[in-house]
Design a protein around this ligand. Sequence first.
Ligand SMILES: Cc1cc2nc3c(=O)[nH]c(=O)nc-3n(C[C@H](O)[C@H](O)[C@H](O)COP(=O)(O)OP(=O)(O)OC[C@H]3O[C@@H](n4cnc5c(N)ncnc54)[C@H](O)[C@@H]3O)c2cc1C
Length: 123
Amino acid sequence: MQKVLILGGGIGGVAAAIAFRKQGFEVELVSERDYLFIYPLAIWIPVGSISFKDVSMPLSKLARKHDFSLTIDKVVALDGIHKTITFEHSGIRNSPALVVVALGASKLTHEGIDFLASICFNS
Ligand SMILES: Cc1cc2nc3c(=O)[nH]c(=O)nc-3n(C[C@H](O)[C@H](O)[C@H](O)COP(=O)(O)OP(=O)(O)OC[C@H]3O[C@@H](n4cnc5c(N)ncnc54)[C@H](O)[C@@H]3O)c2cc1C
């Protein structure tokens, strides 16, 4: 079975994991946090109408249901030349042929909004 490694446990990574499993791939998803956070609902947290547990879903539950493996670790480097991925806890690994990078856009600073403060960018 061909293996695919998915980096990131947000909606992009989880959707990719489910889609690849449905196609018969062996899937491992790596996320620095152990839950899927449902951002659209999170706007109601500041006004107190819902809490953190209402907008987060354990990745372990999703992994069990959709039969993919889950590793909680942080990606610290991707090396496309040597085809390796470095994780904070488990160290350097050779990457499989298929890797999905779904780490979110929070690390990108878009020109013109560098100093903008918004709850939509503070994930
Ligand atoms: C308040 C708010 C409301 C929103 N409302 C809507 C809406 O109504 N409709 C809509 O379509 N979109 C909405 N969005 C946007 C939507 O949430 C994002 O487009 C979506 O979450 C992007 O998904 P993603 O999986 O690409 O990234 P993310 O959700 O950012 O997921 C990235 C994942 O990667 C993990 N990760 C990051 N760095 C590392 C690392 N180095 N190592 C390991 N793991 C890492 C993170 O922990 C996270 O689990 C909203 C966003 C916010 C903030």
